[in-house]
Structures are given as structure tokens and as C-alpha cells.
Design a binder for this molecule. Structure first.
Ligand SMILES: [Zn+2]
Length: 244
């Protein structure tokens, strides 16, 4: 089963890479085959085997020899790893399938915000609706669901108002609502902490190596989506650890 899930994860990861590319370029998902972004050569089946094509071709396009971004194998690996951990924690349950769906959105949000400093409505709004219905399907009580959403949205709304939209953008507010719906109460509490701790660690790290100054924006979406993933994967353990 682990082998099947790994393979499915790698394939889904390569699909996510295509989605990220097409979202950025505004190309429809339905038509057209994948092509090399440099030479536009149509890719054949043997170029599209997740991970292996990258390794065999040593990270270069087979046609123009230009370098292929590390994003491709990393996203494929990340998708496979997330599915494996979810399977390990939840088996082939309803949780596994719904959390897997959440994770796909979170990976796209993470990579897109990291690359383009942007959270797309086309991704965030379906993710909010998915989080809401997914939690209802998993029989989270409406109270927990709404408290999660209110805290997720409220926490970032306060900073949005204080900073007049300078620290965080409207896209981050939508993500706050999304992650609140996805994890609900009480997991939204560790989620907010992990968002800020990971954000602070990276921001301080970047300042130490002098890549960023205080005033520079570090995209919050990457930390929010990262924290949501961690809470989906390890939320039960985190809550238990703090309740002991
Ligand atoms: Zn090429």
C-alpha cells in the first residue's frame, strides 16, 4: 500500500506543478499537453515520469538542455510524503481522503506564494469552501468549525487593520478563514502559533544572512499553509502534548 500511495503522491505532485505553472500563465487546465517552458517542445510520456525523468535527465530538458527548476521534484516528493504520513496516521479513512485534498491546495498555495508573493482567489476561495464542507463531512460540530473560522480570520484581520494592510494582504485573510475551517477549534490555536514561530524563525534567519531587511515582506501565506499542513498531519499529537 505504501508503494501505491508513494506513486500516486508523485503523480499528484507532478500534476500540482502543472497547475501552478498554468495558473501563473493563465493557461486552461483542460486543453493542451505539457511543454518545456524554455523551448516549448511538447513533452512525451517519458519526460513526464515524476522524479525519475528529472533524475535520469540530470535536471535538464531533453530537447534544449536548459535546467529544470528544483521545484518540480521537490513538489512531487512533498506530495508523496504528505500522503504517506496521512496514510500512516489515518489509514484509508474519510480523514485520509479529505486531508489529502486539503493538502493539495496547501501545497499549491505554499509554492505559489513563495514564487510569486501572491495568494490567488481562484485557489483560496475553493479552498475555503472545501475546508467548510470537508469539516462538516468529518462531523466536526458547527460550533467548532465556526470558532476555528472566526479565530483564523479574526487573528489576521486585527493585524490587517492595525497595519492598514501593510503586513498582510487580503489573500492572507482568506487563508486565515480557510485554515480555521480546515482544522477547527482547538487546533486553530497551535496553527496560529506555528505560523508565527516559523515566520519569525525564517525572517530572523534571512536578516542574519542579510537577505532581507525589517521592512521587507515575508509572504505570510507560505507559513500559514505550512502550519496548516503540520496541524493536519500532527494535530492530534500536538493537542495531546499540550493537554498533558
Ligand atoms: Zn526545453
Amino acid at each position: 500500500m505504501f508503494v501505491i500511495i508513494t506513486i500516486v503522491g508523485l503523480i499528484i505532485g507532478s500534476f500540482l506543478n502543472a497547475i501552478i505553472y498554468r495558473l501563473h500563465k493563465g493557461i486552461s487546465f483542460l486543453k493542451g499537453r505539457s511543454f518545456c517552458p524554455h523551448c516549448r517542445h511538447t513533452l512525451s510520456a517519458q519526460d513526464l515520469i515524476p522524479l525519475f525523468s528529472f533524475i535520469i535527465q540530470k535536471g535538464r530538458c531533453r530537447y534544449c538542455r536548459k535546467k529544470i527548476s528544483w521545484q518540480y521534484p521537490l513538489v512531487e516528493l512533498a506530495a508523496a510524503l504528505v500522503l504517506i504520513v496521512l496514510y500512516f496516521n489515518f489509514g484509508l479513512s474519510l480523514e485520509f481522503f479529505i486531508y489529502s485534498l486539503y493538502s493539495l491546495f496547501l501545497i499549491v498555495i505554499f509554492v505559489y506564494d513563495l514564487k510569486y508573493y501572491l495568494v490567488l482567489d481562484q485557489v483560496a476561495i475553493p479552498a475555503i469552501l472545501l475546508g467548510f464542507t470537508g469539516s462538516l463531512i468529518l462531523e466536526m460540530s458547527l460550533t467548532k468549525l465556526l470558532i476555528g473560522g472566526i479565530i483564523g480570520l479574526g487573528f489576521f484581520l486585527i493585524q490587517f487593520i492595525i497595519s492598514r494592510g501593510k503586513w498582510i494582504g487580503g489573500g492572507d485573510l482568506r487563508l486565515g478563514l480557510m485554515c480555521g475551517f480546515m482544522v477547527g477549534w482547538p487546533k486553530i490555536v497551535p496553527l496560529v502559533f506555528i505560523t508565527y514561530i516559523s515566520g519569525a524563525v525564517v525572517a530572523i534567519g534571512l536578516m542574519i544572512i542579510k537577505k532581507k531587511k525589517w521592512q521587507d515582506m515575508v509572504p505570510l501565506g507560505i507559513f500559514l499553509s505550512f502550519a496548516t499542513l503540520i496541524v493536519l498531519l500532527f494535530g492530534e499529537e500536538i493537542i495531546r502534548f499540550y493537554l498533558l
